[in-house]
Every structure is written in C-alpha cells, then in structure tokens.
Design a protein around this ligand. Structure first.
Ligand code: ATP
Ligand code: MG
Length: 497
C-alpha cells in the first residue's frame, strides 16, 4: 500500500437547493489509482472540485501530505501539486492547442515576449508522450471532443503533480488514445503520483483501479480495494439495487423504410453512404472514433453540407437546406457534444426542454409557464433528470444529468426518425437502462431509431440491425442481432476484411 497523501473528512457542500455532499470521507494514496464511483449526480465532480480549489464553499477538513490545508483557489492547489482534468473541457477555442496547454504559464524569452518556438515544442513533446498526433498550432475550436480531451490531459501533465484528478478522461477518446492514457497512468503511478480516477466505464476500473470509493446521493457508501471485485459488485455498490437486465431488448416487427439515405458524399469525409432505417427498429452504427458516424448523422440532419446524395423521409426528399428543413421533415438528432450543440447552459432545465417544441407550451398569450411545467416536468421525469427544480440552470447539473436533458428535449418533438449520437456517454448504468427503454418506447411507436455507439456490447445488446463504418464508408451490414460476434464487427471497424 502506498503512503496516504490525502485525507478529506466530513466534507459537506450545499448548493442552493441541493445538498451535493453530506459529510463525505475520501482518501488517496501515492502510486495508486484511487477510483471514485457513483451514479450521475452522486457528487464525484463536486468533491474533486473542492480538492482542486474550484468549489470553495465547503465545510470539513482536508489533510494533504500530513498537514491540514484549506482549498482556496485552483492556482494555490496547483502550486501544492494538485491538478485536475475537468469532466467538461474548459479550453479556449480561439487559442491554439499549445497556448491552451501553457495557459497562464507562457514560455518567455530572455528579452521579454513569448517564446513561441519553445512553447510549441513543449506542447509537441507533451502530446507525443501521450501518443497524440494533434497539431500543436491548431486552434482548439477545430478539434473534436476527443481531441480536446487529449489537450486537457496534456495540459494537466505540464506541471508536476502529486495528485492528478481525472474526471471521466476517457469518455470521448479513441481506443488508441485510451491505451496511451493508461500507459501514462502506469508511468505516473510508478513515479509515486496519486491518481484520482472517475469513470462510468466499469471495465476500466477493473483494468487500472487500485482502490475504490463509492458515493451515493452525496454520501460515502464504502471504500475498498478493487482487487477481487466484479462489474456486478460495482453496479450493486453504486445503485444499491440489482440491475439485472442491462439491455432490455424488445421484439422487432419493422414496417417500411422511414429514413433512406442514398449515396451521401462529402468530399474527404463521407463516401457514397447508403442505408435505411425502418419504422419500429433500432439501427446501430458502430465504428471506431473518427469513422465518420457523427459526420454522417450531422449531414443527414442538415447540420453539415454534403456534396452529393439524397436523404428521404417517408419517401419524400428532404431539402438540403439545414437543420430546420430536416427537423420539419421529421428528423431529430441528439448530439454527442451537449456543451457545444445540445444545450443552452445558462437557461433553465424546463426551458431547454421546451425549446424544441415551443408550440406545445404556448397558449393564446404566449409562453405558458403552466404548460411548460407540465410538459417538461413529465419529460424530465421520464429520463429521471436529477434537478432541484425545472427552473435550475442546466449548466449547474452534473454531467450525466445534462445529457438526460438533451434526450428529454428531443423526446418533445413529433419526429419520425430519432438519431442518438452516443446517447449513453457519461451516463451511469442505471440511467443507461432508462435511455434504452426510451429507445424501445420510440420503436414501439413506430419511429425509426438510429443509434451511434462506440461501445460494442451496447451496440450488440440493443440493435435490431447494425452498420459498421470505417473511414467515411459503410464496411459491413448485419441484418439481425443473432449470431453477431465482436470479432466480425471489429474486423469491419478496422476494415481489415
Ligand atoms: N454549481 C452548482 N450549483 C448547483 N448545484 C450543483 C452545482 N454543481 C453541482 N450541483 C449539483 O450537485 C450534485 C452533484 O453533482 P456532481 O457534478 O458532483 O455529480 P457527479 O457525481 O459528478 O455526476 P456525473 O456522473 O453525472 O458527472 C448534482 O445534483 C448537481 O446537480
Ligand atoms: Mg461529474
């Protein structure tokens, strides 16, 4: 067992209307991966933000390297050797990758002024060390979510940390990037760094975790070694009940094609993609990160232009005139990137849900608060959004609960085709099942459901049919979930077939 470097005792955080932490105890040890586990809204990010000096309104004691400290600011905590990789990226889009990595600590030349050469080279070294080929001079706004996450990681590694907090670092990474990250974690462990690791991917915990602390509803439930645990054990510790049916598949009796995509092409991105989704079925798109699945869905939804091909709903061509036309034609897209595309963070939960269908919450005089509360309340409840009220700004919800609001929002439309792009990313096991049940409900209503997923077990577990993409092309099609093997799918995903 490593040396105990941190002891947080009786930590309580009260936000307006939400007791986020209620006397929590947490310890971290050098040279170990200290995992924090809990459902969405359990308080994982909140306690780590206390430690990182972001949430300063807490009570309780924090002992670090044997001394009692007060966590007052990020700057001070970083100086003490405590670094955090935030769950939602906090990068500045207009600046380059290198500028973001060195933010607040630009390299300077002897005579004054910024030493761009040294800074860019330093950024390059950091990125190389984590196996990332992102160009260091690219503006951050041009990066994908996964790439931005890699930049966050590089940034956190810039300063020598004794405690490195990673809040869901892998939720948007490619398999290669995850591998690179685990490699770095092993190196940091060997160097005696205490890693605090938060994830909803339970298998990762078995792979790299040493010690586990479970939070439920802002309280500590248990701390124990990871060794000897199974995924089922962790699920039970986390939700306090048995989640037996992880993939609640229902029978499928598909009708005619609702969505038809013919030869969709976008130079350099999509190559002659054709497929269909029928009424009452769930069609999964599997592929590795960067295979072009998100780009395909964005093109179908009119968010990106395409150079050739056609999209039809119920046999009628959808004019390629942007999202509005696609929405009017009956297409809904739940984006993978809630922060940039899905939500207005400063607006209330209820208003965010209402936005997709304002007609439904209006009366003769305009927006009806009563209607909004009724319609949005029911939708928020159907996906079990954890919020003190519908008036709470979405930005104040936990990451997973923000994702649930995105879903509730799109359930509020009369769409024919509902496209889910990585709907369960960052979502806890219990809530995942809720989302699958919502997909089932849409399927039962005779809608065509399309799901993009990077999790193979989920794709196999929920699909009625599957398409696999690689490099902007469909490389395989499976017309039944029966007999689907991980090998066949992976082969198509890396396109070695
Ligand atoms: N600034 C804030 N103001 C008000 N409430 C907040 C704020 N930050 C967090 N909360 C609430 O505190 C609770 C704990 O949130 P936290 O972000 O710590 O959850 P989490 O365990 O990290 O969940 P997830 O797995 O979804 O990321 C939630 O109910 C959340 O809505
Ligand atoms: Mg969180």
């Amino acid at each position: 067992m490593g040396e105990r470097i941190l002891e947080m005792e009786n930590i309580t955080v009260q936000f307006p209307g939400v007791l986020a932490l209620d006397g929590v105890h947490f310890e971290a040890y050098r040279g170990e991966v200290n995992v924090l586990l809990g459902e969405n809204g359990a308080g994982k990010s909140t306690i780590m933000k206390v430690l990182a000096g972001v949430n300063t309104g807490y009570t309780g004691t924090v002992r670090y390297k044997g001394e009692e400290i007060v966590c007052k600011s990020i700057h001070e905590q970083m100086g003490r050797g405590i670094s955090i990789i935030f769950q939602e990226t906090n990068l500045l889009g207009n600046l380059t990758v290198a500028e973001n990595i060195f933010l607040g600590a630009y390299c300077t030349r002897k005579g004054g002024g910024v030493d761009w050469k040294r800074m860019n080279a330093g950024a390059r070294r950091l990125l190389d060390s984590i196996g990332s080929d992102i160009p260091e001079r690219a503006p951050v706004s041009s990066l994908s979510v996964g790439q931005a996450q890699m930049v966050e990681i590089a940034k956190a590694l810039r300063t020598q940390a004794d405690i490195l907090i990673m809040d869901e670092p892998t939720s948007a990474l490619t398999e290669k990037e995850v591998e690179g990250l685990f490699h770095i974690i092993a190196q940091l462990k060997a160097a005696g760094v205490a890693i605090v690791y938060i994830t909803h991917r339970l298998k990762e915990i078995l792979e790299i975790g040493d010690r586990l602390t479970v939070l439920r509803d802002g309280k500590s439930i248990k701390s124990l070694p990871v060794k000897g645990l199974t995924v089922d054990d962790m699920v039970e510790l986390m939700v306090g009940r048995d989640v037996s049916e992880q993939f609640p598949r229902i029978p499928c009796t598909p009708g005619g094609a609702v969505l038809e995509v013919r030869g969709l092409t976008r130079a350099g991105v999509l190559h002659e993609v054709s497929f269909e989704a029928r009424a009452g079925e769930i069609v999964c798109f599997y592929g590795l990160m960067g295979a072009g699945r998100t780009e395909l869905m964005r093109a179908i939804f009119g968010a990106d232009k395409y150079d050739g091909g056609q999209v039809l709903v119920d046999g009628k061509p959808v004019p390629a005139r942007g999202c509005r036309a696609a929405k009017d034609a009956g297409i809904a897209l739940l984006t993978e990137d809630r922060k940039r595309q899905g939500l207005i963070l400063g607006d209330a939960v209820g208003r965010n849900i209402a936005l997709t269908n304002l007609g439904g919450v209006m009366n003769r005089f305009g927006l009806s608060a009563k209607k909004e509360a009724a319609v949005c309340g029911a939708l928020a409840q159907s996906v079990r959004v954890k919020t003190p009220s519908l008036r709470q700004p979405v930005g104040l919800l936990s990451g997973g609960n923000q994702q649930k609001v995105v879903i509730a929002k799109w359930l509020n439309t009369a769409s024919r085709v509902v496209i889910f792009d990585e709907p369960t990313r960052g979502i806890d096991v219990g809530a995942k099942v809720e989302i699958y049940k919502i997909m089932n409900e849409l399927k039962r209503q005779g809608k065509a459901v399309v799901m993009v997923s990077s999790e193979l077990v989920e794709a196999i577990g929920m699909c009625d049919r599957m398409y696999v993409m690689h490099d902007g092309r469909i490389t395989a099609q499976f017309d039944s979930p029966e007999g689907l093997t991980e090998e066949a799918i992976m082969k198509a995903a890396v396109a070695t077939a």
